[in-house]
Write a protein that binds this ligand. Structure first.
Ligand code: AMP
Length: 266
């Protein structure tokens, strides 16, 4: 695609706290509809109606648009969130993340990684060896931004996800987000579970394994959630990484394989 796109970003707050966000890359013809959908999301969030909605719209010239592919997706069925976290821990360890770094990330997410004990607006950057937090602002964290699917890739993805009963915006958007995050060579793995109290699923992701979903990574009703991007701390160009995650424009035009669900076996 060689036409300009608009980067559309939404951030909503309620009672001075992060409530919801959204990221789109759309042509001029779709901008109005995409904006209305993000405003509706902020007004109909399960944690309540937004009282502040910030929208940013920026034209992106074709030369600034990078193209990419989605990670593969698979699901492991687990008995409960404890087994889900155990399984995610194993896969992160196998991917070379130290036990201490995995525990630190899980503990921070579970206790609310922002200084006020609530969910952060963005992600933690965690040293994959020491477990130290490397993000400059521990309340905001790092936001992965300016990424989306082409309309054709989105239609294909929705059809494939639909066959698995997974065609919902949580899965689609998290898969796009993780695909941008793992497009950064400095990131070794990601771990996420939602701050939406109705949504218990979460995932870990690496370039090799792809996006590995667990239907339960937290108990129902829990409002604390978050994301950790595990990085190699030694020699890290943090500003370069953050500039890529927050500013580079990534349009995903190829989907990966969408696998079925398997039972997790210890
Ligand atoms: P969500 O999956 O939208 O419920 O988000 C779960 C957590 O991931 C939030 O509490 C934030 O800490 C973090 N998060 C949400 N959106 C982003 C983003 N675009 N980039 C980095 N982290 C995010």
């Amino acid at each position: 695609m060689d036409e300009s796109l608009y980067s559309l970003r939404m951030h909503a707050r309620r009672e001075s706290r992060h409530l919801s966000g959204g990221e789109r890359l759309v042509g001029a013809a779709d901008l109005e509809k995409a904006t209305a959908a993000l405003v509706r999301r902020a007004l109909e969030h399960p944690r309540g109606r937004a009282d502040e909605i910030r929208l940013a719209v920026d034209l992106v010239p074709p030369a600034e648009i990078r193209h990419g592919r989605l990670l593969d997706l698979r699901t492991y069925l687990v008995a409960d969130y404890r087994q889900g976290r155990q399984a995610a821990r194993r896969l992160l360890r196998d991917a070379g993340i130290s036990t201490g770094a995995v525990s630190a990330a899980m503990d921070w997410i579970a206790q609310g990684a922002a200084p006020d004990g609530r969910a952060m607006r963005g992600a933690m950057l965690i040293d994959a060896e020491s477990g130290a937090r490397l993000e400059a602002d521990p309340a905001r964290g790092v936001r992965a931004s300016r990424m989306d699917l082409t309309p054709t890739a989105e239609a294909e993805l929705r059809a494939r996800l639909g066959e698995q009963g997974l065609d919902n915006s949580h899965v689609r958007e998290a898969l796009v987000l993780a695909s941008k995050v793992l497009a950064a060579p400095q990131v070794l793995a990601e771990l996420c579970w939602s701050d939406d109290p109705d949504y218990t699923a979460g995932y870990m992701a690496t370039r090799d394994l792809g996006y590995v979903r667990f239907p339960q990574l937290k108990p129902l009703g829990e409002e604390r959630g978050g994301r950790a991007f595990f990085v190699r701390g030694a020699g890290l160009d943090r500003e370069g990484l953050v500039a890529f995650l927050e500013q580079a424009v990534l349009l995903i035009d190829r989907i990966g394989t969408i696998g079925g669900a398997e039972e997790w076996r210890d």
